[in-house]
Ligand binder design. Structure first.
Ligand code: HPA
Length: 273
């Protein structure tokens, strides 16, 4: 009797990679996860293949209507890259594997550099909506473990590559782009934080708060990838200013700075590639 073994994550990943490879032979050096507000950057890529995630077996989909998932293979200048557009958030599925899958795909394609971007609320009182923040470290308050039962020390080296950070600060200075830096705190969401939660997160040492990034970065680091991360500060968090937070504000600010954000990321890709 033939015993049918259940498919493993590795089996699924192999099938996903096969489907991707049937559509492009490009070998990207950098993967970039595009958060809200980086749509413009996607337009600057001279793309050689745009793959709808629906056509990739086992690839997770966003439940949010209109959030199309696409893998864009292409080049910025001479640098081959893969941009993930339309991120799936943990709160959409409740399954951590769905948010880790893009990282596994990037790693399986041999990519060694990861750039993550997101929209975040500012906790640091020096920040203003529209600021861009280089992520120097993170606090994971999603209460998820992205590494399964693997025991990997995340403490002996910075998760966010220091050499990259120094280069990025230089790039921003040369391009005359105002760049804040700070610690990003990742929560599960999807509701925004209460004023008391924001106070607590500030006391824990965070400068910005959002609903993504931390688990993906820990996994990428554990797989040996070098990571750089950016937050677009779309609003100040609840209670930091005496005014109501609206999703509309988040979208408007992301739109206002998308050109600068795109310019910064283009410079970073050219330097790190
Ligand atoms: N909190 C959490 N996530 C966010 C925020 C915020 O204030 N702004 C944009 N994403």
């Amino acid at each position: 009797m033939k015993i049918i073994r259940p498919k493993t994550l590795e089996d699924n990943l192999k099938e996903s990679i096969k489907a991707i490879r049937s559509q492009t032979k490009l070998k990207p050096k950098i993967a970039i996860i595009l958060g809200s507000g980086l749509g413009e950057f996607a337009e600057t890529i001279s793309s050689s293949a745009v793959i709808d995630t629906q056509s990739i077996p086992h690839y997770p989909h966003s439940s949010v209507e209109g959030h199309k998932g696409r893998l864009i293979f292409g080049k910025i200048g001479k640098v081959a890259l893969l941009a993930f557009q339309g991120r799936v958030h943990f709160y959409e599925t409740g399954n951590i594997e769905t948010i880790l899958y893009p990282i596994r795909v990037a790693h399986a394609l041999g990519i060694k550099t990861l750039i993550v971007t997101n929209a975040a609320g500012g906790i640091n009182k020096q920040f203003t909506p529209g600021d861009l923040m280089l992520i120097t470290d993170h606090i994971n308050l999603t209460f998820q473990n992205p590494l399964g039962n693997k025991s990997v020390s995340l403490h002996n080296q910075p998760l966010y590559d220091l050499d990259f950070q120094n280069k990025i600060i230089d790039i921003a200075r040369t391009a005359d782009i105002h760049l804040q830096s700070g610690i990003y705190c990742g929560l599960k969401g999807p509701s925004y934080e209460t004023a008391s939660e924001v106070r607590m997160i500030g006391k824990l040492g965070a400068d910005a708060v959002g609903m993504s990034t931390v688990n993906e970065v820990s996994l990428a680091f554990s797989l040996g990838m070098r990571v750089a991360g950016f937050s677009c500060i779309t609003n100040l968090s609840t209670g930091i200013l005496d005014q109501k937070l609206s999703h509309q504000e988040v979208t408007e600010v992301a739109n206002r700075v998308r050109h600068t954000f795109s310019r910064l990321i283009t410079g970073v890709v050219e330097e790190l590639g």
